[in-house]
Write a new protein. Sequence first.
Length: 349
Amino acid sequence: MRVLLRAVPLLLLSLTTLAAAGVDKPASSGTPVAIVGTQTITADKLDEQLGNSLFRLRSDEYSLKRAALDELIAKAVIEQEAASRKLTVERLTAIEIDEKAKPVQDDEVGAVYESAKQNYANMPEPEAKRQIADGMRRTRAQQRREAFLAELRAKQNVKVLLEAPRAELALDNEPSRGPAEAPVTVVAFSDFQCPYCARLGPIVGDLQKRYGTSVRFVFRNFPLPFHQNAAKAAEAGVCAHEQGKFWEMHDKMFANQGALQVADLKRYATELGLNAETFSQCLDSARYAAKWRADIQEGSTYGVGGTPTLFVNGRLLSAGANPEALTQAIDQELASAPPAAAVAPKPKK
């Protein structure tokens, strides 16, 4: 229960903050929240005053509540399973988690030590290997715990009724990977000069292999003002999208973040087999500058202030390009999807 205990004070603080801001129980848009002489201030005016911070506050509240709820669910399903087997929780945990966690072998520990020996330069080798082995055991115990909890949640037909705040983002004609009918859609607001955004590419590739047609990935532009070439790179992406090669240009620009001048962008278009004249005219005309500005405006409405910012079925993730947080959010959405739509992810090798 350590995670839950840590989450509770933060949750209480968050709820206090939200209550002070008038968002603990969102009122309907026309509901009066204050009267000043002859003037009435309504809930929608209050929301307008709070701006994009309101959606982020509600998203943060949901994240705290969901973490606490998941711990309560874990406690409940384990207690119910223990009772059904006439075991104590401790004995059930020992049987299903401690004894079934994959054991750590000496050769595995040795391989990890050799690959990161420089990190243990000031430590005797036996002590370093002991620490590595302990860390591996904790990781494997946690992995087995998560797998066991997933089994119990399915067995006991757990249904999460807590609703997340969801952004209604425009998705039509945006560059995407995966089927439009996928039960989960991940939208990334990104910047071609952002080094953290560049890390998303391999993560998305791994998730596509794991989830297949269950997940769709959508790209939106959010060039940051202090990145000199990001706006033009955003336009280059849309110009390439015109010719059906957005993702090729996407990968090219992220692989060459230090060379995103206009001349570089035009050279990449030629290397990728785009119609060079059409691409140059598109880029020089700046006709898609309005497109990235619209992306920024919509993203800002829902709390986007930096990159990368991800939404999973409209749920704002605050963890950026964190594969664990993204995977967890996708799994949660798939778990609540209609049975015909949800496809189980392929197991990790």
